[in-house]
Design a protein. Structure first.
Length: 216
């Protein structure tokens, strides 16, 4: 199927309940334009340099999400335009995003990445750390960031019950934190292999790459 057909298919599966982030990392501008011409406006990249280059080259009404790990020293490159940062995993990083957003006279939306997978390598906060950030006076005083939700990645496994229980954990934490902080509205979970499971567990934002653009 074509890129446009793949997007149409996924959108028909998620109805209006979730937002689709088309993950275009490593893919050429032509592929993104094809998705754009079919109506897709939200794209996700995981590398700062690639994101900056694509923002420069492509239509200005694209909403760019950074979905990958972000180093503090690279925030300045994306602060002028990024519309959502998915993988925030420290107070230090939040402070730097706030500082760079202020310089650009913007308020930047952020998601806290929570570690739900078993693998050691995955980044992210523990539930306790996420709760501490949501409750932090110091963070509430940062005027140029908004923490608008949570993001997580399940273990890359064919064991559906494991993936499902990891998504369920994050979904429950999201519900719990939403009671404390009414600004939380986005639950970003689910990728090509597991977005259906994620949607069943309450995801309202899925990040899909290979199912749209083909293998990387
Ligand atoms: C690459 C990536 C995705 C998309 O992965 P696919 O399996 O290609 O859908 C989603 N989220 C993050 C954080 C990624 O790095």
């Amino acid at each position: 199927m074509s890129i446009a057909e793949n997007i149409k298919q996924i959108k028909s599966e998620i109805h209006e309940t979730a937002t689709l982030v088309a993950v275009s990392k490593t893919k050429p501008n032509e592929a993104i334009i094809e998705a754009y011409n079919s109506g897709q406006r939200i794209f996700g990249e995981n590398k700062v340099q690639e994101l900056v280059q694509k923002h420069e080259d492509l239509p200005k009404d694209i909403e760019w999400h950074l979905i990958g790990h972000l180093q503090t020293n690279k925030v300045k490159y994306i602060a002028p335009f990024v519309s959502l940062i998915h993988a925030v995993d420290s107070i230090k990083l939040l402070k730097e995003i706030n500082k760079q957003a202020l310089k650009n006279n913007r308020v930047i939306d952020c998601l806290l990445q929570v570690k739900i997978a078993e693998e050691e390598s995955k980044f992210g906060l523990s539930k306790t750390e996420a709760l501490a950030i949501i409750n932090s006076e110091e963070i509430q005083q940062l005027k140029n960031i908004n923490i608008v939700g949570l993001m997580g990645m399940a273990t890359n496994s064919s064991d559906e019950s494991q993936v499902k229980s990891e998504f369920k954990l994050l979904s429950e934490l999201f519900t719990q934190l939403s009671i404390i902080n009414s600004q939380l509205s986005i639950l970003s979970m689910g990728m090509s292999n597991d977005y259906k499971l994620a949607l069943n567990q309450g995801s309202n934002m899925i990040r899909v790459g290979s199912t749209i653009f083909g293998d990387r």
